[in-house]
Structure formats: C-alpha cells, structure tokens
Design a protein around this ligand. Sequence first.
Ligand code: PMP
Length: 326
Amino acid sequence: MTTHREPLDSVLEAVGETPLVSVQAAPESVPVYAKLESFNPGASIKDRIGKYMVEAMLDRGDLEPGGTVIEPTAGNTGIGFAIAAGQLDVNAVFVVPERFSVEKQQLMAALGAEVINTPTDEGMGGAIDRAHQLADEMDGAVVPQQFANPLNVEAHYETTAPEIFDALDGEVGAVVAGCGTAGTLMGIAKYALEADPETHVAAVEPDGSLYSATKGADPEEAAYKIEGIGTHNPATNELFDPDLVDEVLQVPDRRAHEELRRLASEEGHLVASSAGAASAAARHVAERIRDGEIDAPHDSVVTIFPDSSERYLSKGIYRSFEEWEG
Ligand code: PMP
C-alpha cells in the first residue's frame, strides 16, 4: 500500500489513500468523517474505478493493450478512466450529456480522450445507448458500463471501504453517501455490513431523483442542480441494491448549496454539490443517532466528498443559489 512518503512511478499509484477528515459542524458525541476524494490525481472518487476497472479488464483479457474503452459518463468517470487508459496503453472515448460541466470535458480531452456529446434531454440513458452503438462499430472496444459493472462496486469494496475501516479501527456506525451509479455506496455498504450487519446505511439523492421509489416511497420527479448523484430512472442504475440500504435521504438543491458554501467558509473544504448533499445528510443521520432515533453499532458516521468545487466554477457554484446553474 502506498504511503505517499516515497517517490511513485506513476500517477496511478497515487490513486486512493485519501484523507478522512471530521466535519466540524457534526454533533460532538457522534462525529461525521468525510473521505476527501478530490485528493486523487484526477481530483475525484472516480479515479478509483478508472484504475481498478481498466486493470481488471486487462487482467481478464476483456480488453487488450491498444484497445478502446467507451464509457457514458457525467465527466468524473471519464477523467478517471482517461488517466488509467493513458497510462495502460488503452484508448478512451467518452459519451457525455451536454449539460455536464465543460471543465470536466476539457480535462478528458487534455488526457488524450475523445469526447462525444449527447442531447441533455436524452439523459444518461441516451449516452449509454450511444456508447454501445459506438462500441459495436469499432474493433477491440469495450463499454465498461459503470452503471451495471460489478467491478465498480468491487473497486470501493477493495479500496475505499478498507481505508475507512483502517482509519477508524473498524468503528463505523453509519455509512451515508450519494448515489449516482451507486458503486461507491454499495461497495462501502457491503464491506460495512459484513463487518457489522447492524451498520446504518443511508443513500443520498437530490430532491426530484427517484432512488427512494426502490424503498416504497412515491417521489415526485423533477429537475435538480446537484451534479453527479440521483437518477430519473432507477432501472438504469443496476448496481443499486435497496436491500443494503436502510433509507434514501432526499436533499433539496438549496440545502446542498448552502452546505457546500458553509463547508468552504467555515471548514476550508473546496467541495462540490454532491459533497454538500452528503454532508447535510450525514449530519442529519448523526443527529438522529445522538437523539436515539437511529440505533447504530457505533457513534460515528462516514461520508464521501466525491470531488472539488473548482470543477464547477464556470457554473457559478459559489454565486447565489439562483445564479448557480447546476
Ligand atoms: N458525486 C460526483 C461529483 C460524481 O461525479 C459521482 C459519480 N457519478 C458521484 C458523486 C456518485 O458516485 P457513484 O457513481 O459511485 O454513486
């Protein structure tokens, strides 16, 4: 395991081993710890799956050196895959719905990848269909399919989760994380529930997203500004297993925005909207553990801050709520 105290041969070796930092606004008796994933070389949690999945596909022979990965992605996954592909002699093509941030698309291109846009109104579903169509037309191309590939969950089960458990000597009472593909939450939840089946697991989504329908709620679908989490069609998010989740917490855009700004001004975190949502939800879970409303095996909550606000400056992330484009 890398210590970051010795020289490394490649940025791929700098993926993971991110810091775990307390959220100071959480209740004193039930601390919240956030894993700061912007410390990865591509500045997001998705570097983990880029490295893990490209290496695993090469090992298994699903992908040959000189082959191509084609992935539908909101952006961070593209950056993670582009870094891994570039260092492992693989080409990368990404299919990105137009509404996602231009910074991410520029970074993917800088890393040597090709970026193809699909119309915003076709959503991630449109991007997924286009990626498969392109792969069918090309020799040696694979679609890793972060939305359906168990390797996405495995990457977090094998790396993110053990890092958290090591840092806290196994004392994790609740896991609270945003769900896009749900790979992050599922990998950590699976590990945590094996360690202690009583661990409280909460999924976080924006108001207007439909994950909570999988737990029997009847949410109203609406557009949201929070980027990177949520779904308009849970059927496309095949990795999400409601049986591993105690509850789905919905966070309004306004609350996530207020929290990401507070995290910067009070706690020095330059994190984006999915981290704002995760922090608000994790604090809420910690308060309910403190108040005896949730029975957790330990008085602690773990959450994830997936990426950095610098990636969203062009969308006015630090302007007023109304000016933030999301
Ligand atoms: N936050 C951001 C900014 C993301 O890009 C993603 C990935 N879509 C997530 C959170 C959610 O991660 P996961 O796909 O593992 O659920």
